[in-house]
Design a protein around this ligand. Structure first.
Ligand SMILES: *Cc1c(COP(=O)(O)O)cnc(C)c1O
Ligand SMILES: *[C@@H]1O[C@H](CO)[C@@H](O)[C@H](O)[C@H]1NC(C)=O
Length: 417
């Protein structure tokens, strides 16, 4: 086999090399075929370039549009107080640490934010990561040994699946939110030393919510720990926005919570694990993404810290988001669409066909409404949808305009009678 050759225009001699280099050797042809296949299937993911801040109204090169596809559930990504806190922290604490936490990368603001996160979730301690993806990559490997077992919902987020792949524990996958299957797997896993049930609190593709009450009941019966990934719940689910565990009344029964600062909490970046102090202590010693990756930049810490302050002062923002979500879901259902999920600001408009979802999303954009179609492999074949995400900062008029556009576009393409 020939050595890979790095040339001015790309890499040749490796299967993916010919794509950029315009050569025809190796596997380039088949890779090009694969790219064409992705386009042909209507599943190509392109990146739209935004010329403004994140928010309900965006500026693109071609003009202003209404935005319904960010995880900016509470509108805090462009909240003036959040931005001011970020600027202040940037000036006081600098651009970055040029270090990992345990060498010389821990500032008072990192400790303060960890304390605030613990208080928000009513847990003992918290540990910050560069992202929730990293948090998930760190936990299983640090916590579980080959004597242990992890039981994971089949539709969990990719970061949980990757995290589990990295660890040496015995792996069980239970059917999506299927408690009979979970119980059967827990029975089988009794032979192992320790059991951890891992689930998303709210699932990002369907907007459905894990049955945590039942999961916690089974966990007690079979002596398992419960881990939830709260990226699509922190800040807005539950009466005070604490998350799925608050919504379902099991804050004292879920052992470990992972979440992100990159969605509702200001939207910059960063993730965390919160839970019992000995567990967090162990992660600080053993978790590889924590030990070997840079400290969170001060501006990011400042923004997240202010976002949590705002949420702990009042639940008004979370309540406003719930009302907007209700408005969208009921109007769309009345118009004849099927919206999956349960009262979650993720509102998947179920369409079935991948092409229909892509064409309708394009047509929505031409009417000034930014929504994205999702299709295989992100969701199962035949279950394509347009995922709409509601934010507290959408006005009632914004929501009504979106519903009207959906109704017109749906009729035009035969998705509605
Ligand atoms: C977004 C998301 C992540 C990744 O979070 P980042 O902080 O952006 O890495 C992890 N888990 C779930 C369920 C998510 O939705
Ligand atoms: C949660 O995050 C920790 C580190 O933050 C990570 O090690 C762990 O794998 C995550 N847990 C799950 C179940 O994703």
């Amino acid at each position: 086999p020939s050595e890979p050759q790095i040339t001015r225009t790309g890499v040749s001699g490796v299967p993916w090399g010919a794509c950029g280099a315009g050569t025809t050797q190796g596997g380039g042809q088949s890779r090009r075929g694969e790219l064409e296949g992705i386009r042909g299937a209507g599943t190509w993911k392109s990146e739209r370039v935004i010329a403004s801040r994140q928010g309900p109204h965006l500026r693109l090169a071609g003009g202003g549009i209404l935005n319904f596809c960010a995880n900016n559930y509470l509108g805090l990504s462009s909240h003036p107080e959040v931005i001011r806190a970020g600027v202040w922290t940037l000036e006081q604490f600098g651009a970055g640490l040029s270090s990992v936490r345990f060498i010389c990368g821990t500032q008072s603001i990192h400790k303060d934010l960890e304390e605030k996160i613990s208080r928000f979730h009513q847990r003992e301690d918290a540990i910050l990561y560069a992202s929730c993806f990293d948090a998930n990559a760190g936990i299983f490997e640090a916590l579980l040994t080959p004597e242990d077992a992890v039981l994971s919902d089949e539709l969990n987020h990719a970061s949980i699946i990757d995290g589990i792949r990295l660890c040496k524990a015995n792996k069980y996958r239970y059917r999506h939110m299927d408690m009979q299957d979970l119980e059967a797997k827990l029975q089988d896993a009794q032979k192992h030393r320790l059991r951890l049930v891992a689930t998303d609190g709210a699932f990002s593709m369907d907007g459905d919510i894990a049955p945590l009450k039942e999961i916690c009941r089974l966990a007690e019966k079979y002596e398992a720990l419960v881990f939830i990934d709260e990226c699509h719940a922190t800040g807005f689910l539950g009466p005070n926005g604490r998350g799925t565990d608050e919504l379902l009344g099991v804050m004292d029964k879920v052992t470990i919570v992972n979440s992100t600062l990159g969605k509702a909490l200001g939207g910059a970046a960063g993730g965390y694990t919160t839970g019992p102090k000995p567990l967090i202590d162990l992660l600080r010693q053993r978790s590889r993404p924590y030990l070997f990756s840079n400290s969170l930049p001060p501006a990011v810490v400042g923004c997240a810290s202010k976002a949590l302050d705002l949420l702990m002062e009042s639940n008004a923002i979370a309540q406003s988001m719930a009302a907007k979500t209700q408005r969208f879901r009921s109007k769309m259902t009345a118009a004849g669409f099927t919206i999956s999920g349960q009262d979650h600001p993720i509102c998947p408009v179920m369409l079935g066909d991948a092409r229909l979802a892509a064409v309708m999303a394009d047509d929505m954009l031409s009417r000034g409404i930014y929504v994205i179609g999702f299709s295989y492999p992100v969701v199962p074949k035949g279950k394509a949808r347009i995922r709409v995400q509601i934010s507290a900062v959408h006005s009632d008029e914004d929501i009504d305009r979106c519903v009207e556009a959906f109704t017109e576009v749906g009729r035009k393409h035969g998705a509605l009678p």
